[in-house]
Design a protein around this ligand. Sequence first.
Ligand code: HEC
Length: 134
Amino acid sequence: MRLASSGTFFLLLCLVLFNMGCGNEPFTQGKNLYTTHCENCHMANGTGLGGNIPPLAQSDYLQTQQQKIACIIRYGQADTIVVNGVTYNEPMAGVKTLNEVQLANLINYLNQAWGNDYGFVTVEQVHQQLVGCK
Ligand code: HEC
């Protein structure tokens, strides 16, 4: 496939996947990916775990760092970060197997789960983020 058309292709694919997930249970793919790859640390209800694993539910970090969430998921992160006033410095390993559509669906799930209301990302925005990962 030509490079110029791949963005459009992903966008269409995303719309298809997104629509499939828009029945009674929205964000189906994102939720399934969360269960598979994230839940054992961040917990099913997004609370994280004690002082080691930061929360994703009502996380001010997730809310304010939207421009780097795709990078964190793909490449992991080993910084000292502050989430809701608590300092965390355990490393998180990246999940390299998720493609851009899966990342968008997963982030949109995080952004809307557990009472979060942090907006939506497009596949193109995820792509741009990944190009700029440090
Ligand atoms: C092995 C445990 C583990 C797994 C699995 C894991 N994380 Fe993390 N996650 C962490 C830790 C520890 C940090 C803190 C990293 C740091 O201090 O830089 C973190 C930080 C984060 C952050 C930024 C801080 C926050 O709370 O908002 C996000 C977003 C995040 N993880 C999302 C995910 C997603 C999505 C997945 C699944 C693809 C996932 N994590 C899988 C342990 C994990």
